[in-house]
Design a protein around this ligand. Structure first.
Ligand code: NAD
Ligand code: TYD
Length: 338
C-alpha cells in the first residue's frame, strides 16, 4: 500500500509514519512536507533510511511539484495532515492558514482525483464545530461554527473535501479529533510548552481564568483511529475522534505540577486568548460503533509517559527553543512579563 502522507514531519503526521512503518509491513510512504517552523526531520530519525519511506520537501500548495508524485497512478491513498496548526499564530496572521489549509487541500484533492487515488483521508479537528457551553458534545452532525482563523480555515477545507465527494463522488473521508498530546509535539502547544518551561524553570502562562476545557487524547490513539478510518471507513463520511477526557487547562496544569513536583506558583494568569473557545468535547460513538475504535491510553499514564519523554529528549526541544522560536515566544508572551 503506497500512501502520500502530507505534513509527516510534524507532531501527528510523524507519529503516523513511525506507527505505519513499525506496524504495516507492505506500506510505502511518501512524506510531503515543506518543513515549516513546525516540521522537524528529527521526528522521523531512525526511519528515514527505511527503503519504504521517502521525504519530498514540497508544499501542498505547489501543484506542479506535487504532480509527478501522483502521475504514475501507483498511490493508494493520501492522508492530509499538512497544516498551519496553532491558533495563537492564526490570531497574529491568518493568511498562511488560508493558503496551506484551504488552497493546499484543494490542490491535493484535484491531483488525487485526476490520478484516480482510491482514497483521500483529510485530518480535521473538533475546533471546526466552535465552542460548547457547560454541557453537550460535538457529534458529526453538529453545524460548523469556527471561531479562529485556524478553525475557519480547517472548516473551509472540510467543505471542499465534502464538495469533492458530492460533486465528483471522489472517495474521501474526514476525521475530526480533539486535542492531542504526546511526544514530539511542538512546544508552542499547552502541554509541551508547560512541561519544557517547567524543566527550564520558566513560568506557565495560563490564559484567562484557566477554566477552558479540552478533551485530551494521546497521539498514538489518534493515529490508530486514522488508520481504521483509512482502511475501513465509509466513503463520504466524517468520523469524530475523542478521548472522553475533558480537562480544564488549570486541571492539566495541576496534574503536570504534581508529576514535575513544582509549586502552584509556577502558574501565572495572563491575558486571555482573543476569541478563546470555552469548551470542546467529542461524541465518538460513531467510530466506536462502526469501526470498533476506543482510546487505549489512560490520561494520567499517558501524561506521565509524555513528561518522561520530554525529560529524556531535552536535545530535541532545546534545539527548537533556541532557534526562531524565541522571537515567537517574545512576541506571544513578552507583554505578559513572563
Ligand atoms: P504540526 O504543526 O505539528 O505539523 C504540521 C506539519 O505540516 C509540519 O511538519 C509542517 O512542516 C507541515 N506543513 C505545514 N505547511 C505545509 C505545506 N504548505 N506543505 C507541506 N507541509 C506543510 O501539526 P499537528 O499538530 O501534527 O497537526 C496535524 C494535523 O492534525 C493538522 O491538520 C491539524 O489541524 C490536525 N489536528 C491537530 C490536533 C492537535 O491537537 N495537534 C488535533 C486535531 C487535529
Ligand atoms: P493549545 O495547545 O494551543 O490547543 P488549542 O487552542 O488548539 O485547543 O491550547 C490548549 C488550551 O490551553 C487552550 O484553551 C488555550 C490554553 N493555553 C494556555 O492557557 N496557555 C498557553 O500558553 C497556551 C499555548 C494555551
Amino acid at each position: 500500500m503506497k500512501i502520500i502522507v502530507t505534513g509527516g514531519l510534524g507532531f501527528i503526521g510523524s507519529q503516523m509514519i513511525r506507527w505505519a512503518l513499525d506496524t504495516v509491513p507492505d506500506v510505502q510512504i511518501i512524506n510531503v512536507d515543506s518543513l515549516t517552523y513546525a516540521g522537524n526531520p528529527a521526528n522521523v530519525a531512525g526511519y528515514s533510511e527505511d527503503p519504504r519511506y521517502r521525504w519530498e520537501a514540497v508544499s501542498i500548495t505547489d501543484h506542479d511539484a506535487l504532480e509527478p508524485l501522483f502521475a504514475d497512478r501507483s498511490v493508494d491513498a493520501v492522508i492530509n495532515f499538512a497544516a498551519e496548526s496553532h491558533v495563537d499564530r492564526s490570531i497574529m496572521s491568518g493568511a498562511p492558514f488560508v493558503t496551506t489549509n484551504v488552497l493546499g487541500t484543494q490542490i491535493l484533492l484535484e491531483l488525487a482525483r485526476k490520478y484516480h487515488v482510491p482514497r483521500f483521508l483529510h485530518v480535521s479537528t473538533d475546533e471546526v464545530y466552535g465552542s460548547l457551553g457547560a454541557t453537550g458534545l460535538f457529534s458529526e452532525t453538529t453545524p460548523l461554527n469556527p471561531n479562529s482563523p485556524y478553525s475557519a480555515s480547517k472548516a473551509a477545507a472540510d467543505m471542499l473535501v465534502l464538495a469533492a465527494f458530492r460533486t465528483h463522488q471522489q472517495d474521501v473521508v474526514i476525521t475530526r479529533c480533539s486535542n492531542n498530546y504526546g511526544p514530539y509535539q511542538f512546544p508552542e502547544k499547552l502541554i509541551p510548552l508547560f512541561v519544557t518551561n517547567g524543566l527550564e524553570g520558566q513560568p506557565w502562562p495560563l490564559y484567562g481564568d484557566g477554566l477552558n476545557v479540552r478533551d485530551w487524547l494521546h497521539v498514538s490513539d489518534h493515529v490508530r483511529a486514522i488508520w481504521m478510518v483509512l482502511t475501513e471507513g465509509h466513503r463520504g463520511e466524517i468520523y469524530n475522534i475523542g478521548g472522553h477526557n475533558e480537562q480544564s487547562n488549570r486541571a492539566v496544569a495541576e496534574e503536570l505540577q504534581r508529576i514535575l513536583g513544582l509549586p502552584s506558583s509556577v502558574m501565572v494568569a495572563v491575558k486571555d486568548r482573543l476569541g478563546h473557545d470555552r469548551r470542546y468535547a467529542i461524541d465518538s460513538q460513531k467510530i466506536t460503533k462502526e469501526l470498533g475504535w476506543e482510546p487505549l491510553i489512560p490520561w494520567q499514564e499517558g501524561l506521565r509517559q509524555t513528561v518522561s519523554w520530554y525529560q529524556t529528549h531535552q536535545n530535541w526541544w532545546k534545539a527548537i527553543k533556541s532557534g526562531s522560536y524565541r522571537d515567537y515566544y517574545a512576541h506571544q508572551y513578552g507583554a505578559c512579563n513572563l
